[in-house]
Design a protein around this ligand. Structure first.
Ligand code: PLP
Length: 417
């Protein structure tokens, strides 16, 4: 069979919707300055769909630093992989500053968060080692685990009894193989907003011999007193052996980093294939990250603003009887029930008639019959915008309950616009 013929027949779990969804539900174009108010198909939207947690994307000092760095260095510099010809004093400064921010001995930059996670998992373990990881792990963890040549055991999401069971299995196995155990989980799970039970995982180190690797993509900058992340929030940062943060969310940039003990970071510098065999992070990104980190350190009020909006939105929605699942982070999922078709109508109605733009998650990402509208508050949203959104959600819920979102009625709704 021809490969391309085969691909035509299996579009994939998301690609199956491509023809109907392109440009509206998938690959929508949000235009204008990055902010809570952006334009979608000519209409101004109240936008709850960007991980711009601290509002840095369009911060004037950030914009100025990015522009200046691009003017000074261009986007090419430095050329080559960091190990060969792509290192600079700025890269080393950023490594050091990130390590200090995380309370770790050292840190190493990653040119992309996703790839960096995959590559770090790949570098840390060999075929004698066992990986034990959370069942709801992000795709970058799943893909990293896929590269692992040894055993991998999955524990039920945030379930410490299940983790212990898998640790017992892993311990027996590694005692025979002479290998070691790596536990991988997340600081904040990005779909549900639930924090990983890091403190409880760390406590298990008293009974089991393992190292803990935490992907804190959503926790970096948002959680903890200083924004150092979910480990700081839960008072167990020292128990996290390997900390991953991305620049793609709170920092509103691209790239990421690993922070850990000096020896571990040194090992990673010489063994991370995604960094050794790929171009170094361009200078404007590095200088831009230094600027952002500086703002995060100097302006705790950005995080306070974020949490003011988070509390207004989440407690307001809960007071109106909405189900927000298990979130205990800024990620605000609103769980409703209906078909995939109804979910698209809900989103359409929200955009066209309420000018509210948010993401929707449906089956197969979540169980059949569930609709998850995912709201991401930021430091630059207002409490008033949260209230407007709660009122709109109340109306949407009523319409959904009354069966108003069957496709014909929705098309009529669209035509009225
Ligand atoms: C939990 C988690 N890990 C890793 C990543 C990947 O980060 P990046 O966007 O920097 O590649 C993301 C981003 O989507 C994420 O949510």
């Amino acid at each position: 069979m021809d490969l391309f013929e085969k691909l035509k027949k299996k579009a994939g779990p998301l690609g199956q919707y491509a023809d109907d969804a392109y440009g509206y539900y998938m690959f929508p174009k949000l235009e204008g300055e990055i902010s809570p108010e952006m334009t979608f198909r000519g209409k101004k939207m109240l936008n709850w769909s960007l991980n711009n947690y601290l509002g840095l994307a369009n911060h004037p000092e950030v914009r100025a630093a990015d522009t200046q760095a691009a003017a000074d260095y261009g986007l090419a510099y430095p050329m080559g992989a960091r190990m060969m010809s792509g290192n600079s004093s700025y890269h080393e400064q950023l490594d050091r500053e990130l390590a200090a921010f995380e309370g770790k001995e050292d840190a190493v930059l990653l040119n992309y968060g996703y790839q960096g996670m995959v590559s770090t998992i790949d570098a840390l373990v060999d075929r004698h080692d066992v990986i034990v990881y959370d069942a709801e792990s992000h795709a970058c963890i799943v893909d990293g685990v896929r590269l692992h040549m040894g055993k991998r055991f999955v524990f039920e999401h945030n379930d410490m009894a299940s983790l212990e069971k898998q640790l017992q299995r892993a311990t027996r196995l590694t005692q025979e193989s002479g290998g070691a155990i790596l536990v991988i989980t997340e600081g904040v799970f990005g779909m549900t907003g639930a924090q990983g039970k890091l403190k409880e995982v760390v406590a298990l180190k008293e009974q089991y011999n393992f190292r803990l690797f935490v992907d804190d993509a959503h926790g970096f900058g948002t959680m903890g007193k200083t924004g150092a992340g979910t480990g700081e929030e839960q008072g167990c940062q020292d128990g996290i052996d390997i900390y991953f943060g991305t620049f793609a969310k709170s920092m509103a940039l691209i790239g990421g980093f690993i922070a850990a003990d000096k020896e571990v970071v040194k090992f990673l510098r010489y063994n991370l294939r995604s960094q050794i065999y790929a171009k170094s992070v361009p200078m404007p990104i590095v200088i831009g990250a230094i600027k952002r980190l500086d703002l995060i350190r100097k302006h705790p009020e950005y995080r306070e603003n974020l949490w003011t909006v988070v509390r207004a939105l989440q407690s307001g929605l809960k007071a109106e009887g909405f189900d927000l699942g298990r979130t205990n982070s800024p990620v605000s999922p609103v769980i409703m029930h209906g078909t995939v078709a109804e979910s698209t109508s809900v989103v359409h109605d929200l955009r066209e008639n309420y000018q509210i733009f948010c993401s929707v998650v449906v089956y197969p990402v979540i169980p059949k019959g569930m609709i998850l509208l995912r709201l991401i508050p930021t430091a630059v949203h207002t409490v008033e915008q949260a209230q407007i959104t709660i009122e709109a959600f109340k109306e949407i819920r009523e319409k959904l309950k009354n069966g108003l979102y069957n496709s014909e009625k929705v098309i009529n709704m669209a035509e009225q616009n």
